[in-house]
Design a protein around this ligand. Structure first.
Ligand code: KDO
Length: 332
């Protein structure tokens, strides 16, 4: 091959590459950017399902860009970020929404949702429509789907056996930072301490807190079992998160794109729910193998105190009349 032919070939290859790159850039720029911020890890079942199921399903028209471990926005600041147009998507919670739409605190109440199926039934029931509408009107946030986090259990670094709420009287229990979370900690009988999710491990390790509460898959994923001694199976909150998207971004989508985004969100949530439920069943033996004590306390005593505290609280004053009965009626 002559030198000039090699040069011509190289030049045309370079030109083709440049064209591909510029097309690619133009193509990417045409796509809807969906930055998703969460404090969850990359190995959490929900974020994994979003990356595996949601991202690919919308990839023709949107670029799904997840940011984990609170690196883009800190815990509980994501909703404001969406409201201000600085973020497109987040995994949020009823406790966070309650800061802006007080009646959402009903979905943060302990011993209310029975299980994962109950969460889905409630989210899709007509009773949920005014809640979703208020979030759209107040924050410009659309709640796409409900994600199952799991049954929250107490996970302590102390040895003392916990039977009833009275046994938690002097326990410094880490709860997430918002008021609705702190209230749950007090309703359990503990002394709640606000700590961001990403700081729990160190706080347990150093003894800044006596314990934390999260579902077993989270205890394993974030390795809290390494720095704790026991798990008390209170199941005090069948916890949920919502996948949230900016309403402004949603409104710019075509009806076909909206339908695809909705279906992708539901499919990812369904995948994650199945995996999370399987893990919850398996992880009791995992925790025991790791040397933790795992046992049931007097759950009826916890349920009675927690439910009574919620019903007597200021939160309950913001709940629409009859809503607890309507939520209960969605349970199978
Ligand atoms: C937590 O901070 O304990 C919590 O479980 C609260 C949930 O609402 C959710 O934010 C969750 O953290 C993260 O998704 C990490 O699992």
């Amino acid at each position: 091959m002559s030198a000039s032919m090699t040069r011509r070939a190289l030049l045309s290859a370079a030109a083709a590459t440049a064209m591909m790159i510029s097309c690619g850039v133009a193509f990417a720029a045409d796509k809807i950017q969906l930055r998703m911020s969460t404090v969850a890890t990359e190995t959490d079942q929900r974020t994994k399902a979003l990356a595996e199921v949601f991202g690919p399903a919308v990839s023709e028209f949107a670029s799904y860009e997840p940011h984990y471990n609170g690196t883009l926005f800190k815990q509980a600041t994501e909703l404001e970020a969406i409201a201000r147009g600085n973020l497109e998507m987040a995994i949020t919670s009823a406790q966070e929404l309650a800061q802006f739409v007080p009646e959402f605190s009903v979905f943060s109440a302990g011993y209310l949702h029975r299980d994962a199926a109950h969460q889905v039934a409630v989210f899709n029931a007509p009773l949920m429509e005014p809640f979703k509408q208020r979030v759209e009107d107040t924050l410009g946030v659309k709640l796409l789907t409900v994600m199952y986090l799991g049954r929250r259990q107490l996970n302590l670094r102390t040895d003392q056996e916990i039977k009833t709420p009275a046994d938690l009287a002097n326990v410094k229990l880490r709860m997430p930072g918002t008021d609705a979370w702190q209230f749950l900690g007090r309703a359990l009988g503990a002394n709640p301490v606000p700590v961001a999710f990403g700081e729990i491990y160190t706080a347990l390790q150093t003894g800044a807190i006596d314990g934390q509460d999260n579902p077993l898959p989270t205890v394993r994923d974030s390795k809290f079992y390494e720095v704790t001694k026991q798990i008390v199976l209170t199941s005090h909150l069948v916890d949920l998160n919502y996948l949230a998207i900016s309403k402004a971004v949603w409104d710019k989508m075509t009806p076909e794109q909206q339908a695809a985004t909705q279906a992708a969100a539901d499919a990812a949530a369904e995948t994650a729910r199945g995996r999370q439920l399987t893990l919850e069943d398996e992880l009791v033996s995992f925790m025991k193998e790791k040397g933790l004590k795992v046992y049931e306390p007097d759950v009826a005593a916890f349920r009675a105190k927690v439910q009574a505290d919620y019903l007597a609280s200021d939160y309950a004053k913001a709940w629409p009349a009859g809503i607890v009965d309507e939520i209960n009626a969605q349970a199978k």
